[in-house]
Design a protein around this ligand. Structure first.
Ligand code: ZN
Ligand code: ZN
Length: 447
């Protein structure tokens, strides 16, 4: 076996949460794992909607999009990448597919393809998110995909979006494991356990792991979240406003169950209804049917609806599914209303009755911009006398569990990505034999 022909280069996800773009080279084969948008890098220069990147050149100039040839659709280079594998559909792992040359195949789970295509249909023309004409090739757990000289084995993991995978990448120098984003306290921890066991069996030469949650870790799980939400719902007199991630289907399922149990309906947004419709065809996924009595669609008051919105409204207007703020106002004790902070203008018409409450079931603000919005959120809640509960579990592994999983996988080298605390992680892992390799952006690491 010839050594030093396999390498990893990290074009994103370095000292930041998200933006993963990991190039694996093995002899003549070049494959990217994830091609996400880096929110951190973008925020250093831009403040949408008033200051947004005009084109891909600006993004490259500012170091937000890597300057590589043979991968993009906007330069004149010939495609020089054999494929891109996506771990899951969060935008910090997938959005910059927008710029990819359409001749390069993109491998992902079926659910990820559905989520990205649905989102693409919803968004107006967007420089940084457009998957039109992408050559998606769909895989499932257990598939072995040959790309050039390597073989990639996707294995499902549990994360805060359905259809998340980690990868075993069999190269000429042994197996490289890439975890993507994962956790073992969600609705399906057994998926992550199966991934860890498979990784262990492969005796990896390297493990590229996320290490998001090194500060502010908690002990909880999705079952506990359900219990807490049940308790709150059973005691709320008025309306329950619930904020959770649009693609967090596990949390949606939890709210739906709790609503039913407490004699309420869950009213979802047009956007989420559109996604649920698309995911209903995914036979491996459990999502509530829109036709179910326990589900309503909340139509936000707007002067003009986008085409997909009008079509959705037309599809469901006949059967009492559509629900506006005036109807919601009359039946406050009968619903859990899925809202986002950006819908709060609706509260003026809704007029929440006393005894109502707001439940934040997503991450707490973790950056300055969100903190500013958070202040406004608190002002709205005070104005309407709505107490705030925070009931959530993160989509990422907690430190102690992460340590156990990595010990179990036993990689000869460990590369932490998707974290702002790589140095802390390295110390925490008891790095006696120099197993943990801190990563620098765009440096090539030979395996
Ligand atoms: Zn991520
Ligand atoms: Zn994620």
């Amino acid at each position: 076996m010839v050594k030093n022909e396999t390498s990893l280069t990290f074009y994103g996800g370095v000292n930041e949460i998200g933006g993963n773009k990991i190039l694996l080279k093995d002899r003549d084969t070049k494959v990217f794992f994830d091609f996400g948008m880096s929110f951190t890098a973008k925020k250093q220069f831009y403040s949408p909607p008033f200051l947004s990147p005009k084109n891909e050149r600006s993004l490259q100039e500012l170091g937000i999009l890597p300057q590589i040839r043979g991968i993009y659709k906007f330069d004149d280079s010939v495609p020089d990448i054999d494929g891109i594998f996506l771990s899951h559909g969060h935008l910090d792992h997938s959005a910059y597919l927008s710029f990819i040359n359409r001749e390069i195949p993109v491998f992902c789970g079926e659910t990820t393809r559905t989520i990205l295509q649905t989102l693409s249909n919803i968004k107006r023309v967007d420089l940084e998110f457009n998957v039109k004409d992408i050559d998606f090739r769909v895989f499932r757990t257990g598939n072995k995909i040959k790309v050039g000289g390597i073989e990639v084995e996707p294995i499902h993991v549990d994360h805060s979006i359905p259809g998340a995978y980690g990868f075993l990448i069999h190269t000429s120098n042994g197996t490289v494991v890439y975890t993507g984003d994962y956790r073992d306290h969600g609705a399906k921890p057994e998926m992550t356990h199966q991934f860890v066991e498979k990784a262990r069996e492969a005796d990896p030469v390297a493990v590229v792991t996320e290490a998001t949650n090194m500060t502010g870790a908690t002990v909880s799980n999705e079952v506990e979240v359900e219990g807490k939400l049940d308790k709150i719902t059973s005691q709320v007199d008025g309306i329950m406003l619930a904020e959770y991630g649009y693609s967090d289907i596990d949390r949606l399922n939890t709210f739906y169950k709790i609503a039913k149990k407490n004699g309420r309906c869950l009213a979802v947004s047009l956007k989420q209804a559109f996604l649920l419709e698309a995911l209903a065809n995914d036979k491996h996924l459990k999502v509530p049917a829109i036709s179910d009595d326990g589900l309503l669609i909340f139509r936000k008051s707007k002067k003009r609806y986008d085409k997909w919105e009008s079509e959705l409204i037309d599809r469901f207007k006949g059967d009492g599914k559509m629900f506006d703020v005036f109807e919601a106002s009359k039946q406050q004790c009968k619903i859990i209303l899925a809202v986002s902070f950006y819908d709060f203008e609706e509260l003026v018409s809704l007029q929440p009755t006393s005894g109502s409450c707001y439940v934040l079931s997503a991450s707490e603000p973790f950056n300055e911009e969100m903190e500013l919005d958070y202040e406004r959120l608190v002002n709205w809640l005070s104005h309407y006398g709505l107490p705030q509960y925070h009931v959530h579990v993160s989509g990422h592994m907690m430190p102690l569990q992460l340590k156990v999983a990595l010990r179990r996988m036993g990689g000869k080298r460990i590369f932490p990505v998707h974290t702002e605390n790589a140095a802390l992680f390295k110390k925490f892992l008891d790095n006696k034999d120099g197993q943990v390799q801190l990563v620098e952006k765009e440096l090539e690491y030979k395996l």
